[in-house]
Design a protein around this ligand. Structure first.
Ligand SMILES: Cc1ncc(COP(=O)(O)O)c(C=O)c1O
Length: 389
């Protein structure tokens, strides 16, 4: 007997709390949490509040490890190598602030790296007289060989770490991660992967990837509750790795240090298993493939309707797509912000980003989206661009 694939698009939209009158095509920024995950999260909160002392002392430690095991199975890892953090920014900060850098050392980032993480690199380098160095990504016609070569060429004997995005934020590039990790390791440089967009958008296998640290967000593409991030550290990278907040577990090892950093609401982490099950129910690998295909179709539709060009296509594209906005006149951050606000007021949330000297519109494709959403997005965008922006 064959099992029919699940219906997607508007047929499953009721699973979320999404506003039916709004064109939600920006899953990439903050995710969207389905009702079933919110219910599971609230269940954990009720248990926490019913017998607080018992919850924190007796229930939480094992429940947290159980959730870490569930997540580890999803990302091809061992549970004892996975800890929860609130988000990718916190996870990257933990790794960066655990580095023993000295004057003259370098930390490599990408020109398309996420602003908050680049700031964290600036912070840890500037305070000791080390340097942040950059590898440029070829854009808008990226090429895997050129990306790997650009990163390899930027490394020097002083480079102590490479921070590599799995999927870049504004430019939505799915980078050839395995090749980049191997190339950095050949040069003796460990790799921290900023995988904020990885879990739920692409298949993950920590063991096969062989990075040193991988930080991921489950509240984006895996649809976990907000505040569900994780840090995976290779066993040989766990000694000397500390959370941003030092607490009772200090000196007692990786899990003890990260599992308790003070009283906090862990319900987003404890309900991650429900998000993983939900992802599987929507198709798992088939859902991820369908989202990538839908993003490609949507990108092509928008490029045609707006008479413009798309960003990356093919192997370097995931479930987010980019189109260059056909604007005349100077492109500034202020103009980008103005267009974003006009789009929001007009009923959609696709963000705009300035890359080099152009303004790009980013769209996302998740289970609840269908091609009609991008028809609407194209109409709204054309309308906004016709006004003086
Ligand atoms: C590449 C990348 N890194 C880090 C982040 C930060 O995620 P968070 O705000 O959940 O820490 C984002 C958010 O969009 C991102 O795109």
């Amino acid at each position: 007997m064959t099992v029919a694939p699940p219906m997607l698009g508007s047929a499953v939209r009721h699973e979320w709390l999404l506003d039916p009158d709004f064109v939600s095509v920006n899953h990439g920024s903050f995710g969207a949490t389905p009702r079933i995950v919110l219910a599971a999260q609230q269940d954990w909160q009720r248990r926490m509040e019913a017998q607080t002392g018992r919850f924190f002392r007796s229930l939480l430690p094992d429940a947290l490890r159980h959730a870490a095991e569930q997540l580890a199975a999803f990302i091809g890892a061992d549970g004892q190598d996975v800890v929860f953090v609130e988000n990718a920014t916190v996870g990257c900060n933990a790794v960066l602030r655990s580095l023993a850098l000295t004057a003259g050392d370098e930390v490599l980032v990408l020109t398309h790296g996420y602003g908050a993480v680049r700031n964290a690199v600036r912070y840890v380098t500037e305070r000791v007289g080390a340097r942040m160095i950059e590898a440029a990504l070829p854009f808008p016609r990226p090429d895997a060989d050129a990306i790997v070569a650009s990163i390899a060429a930027a490394l020097t004997s002083r480079t102590k770490l490479a921070v590599i995005d799995h999927i870049t934020s504004g430019s939505a590039l799915l980078l050839p991660l395995q090749r980049i990790v191997a190339s950095c390791h050949d040069a003796g440089v460990p790799v921290l992967v900023d995988g904020a967009h990885g879990p739920g958008q692409v298949a993950l296998d920590m063991r096969a990837l062989g990075a040193d640290w991988y930080v991921g967000n489950c509240h984006k593409w895996l649809c976990a509750a907000k505040g569900c991030g994780f840090l995976w550290a290779a066993p040989e990278r766990q000694a000397g790795l500390h959370p941003v907040t030092i607490s009772h577990g200090f000196g007692n090892g990786y899990l003890a240090e990260f599992d308790w950093t003070g009283t906090r609401d862990c319900s987003a982490w404890l309900s991650v298993g429900v998000a993983i099950d939900f992802h599987a129910r929507l198709g798992g690998a088939a859902l991820r493939e369908r989202n990538v295909a839908l993003a490609a179709e949507a990108t092509s539709l928008l490029s045609r309707r707006l008479n413009t060009e798309p960003g990356a296509v093919g192997a370097l594209a995931g479930a987010m797509g980019l189109v260059r906005l056909p604007l005349t006149g100077p492109v500034t951050a202020a103009r980008s912000l103005r267009i974003r606000e006009r789009l929001l007021d007009a009923g959609t949330d696709a963000p705009t980003h300035v890359i080099d000297d152009s303004l790009w519109l980013r769209l996302s494709a998740h289970a609840y989206n269908e091609i009609a959403d991008y028809e609407r997005l194209a109409e709204i965008t054309a309308l906004v661009l016709r006004e003086a922006v």
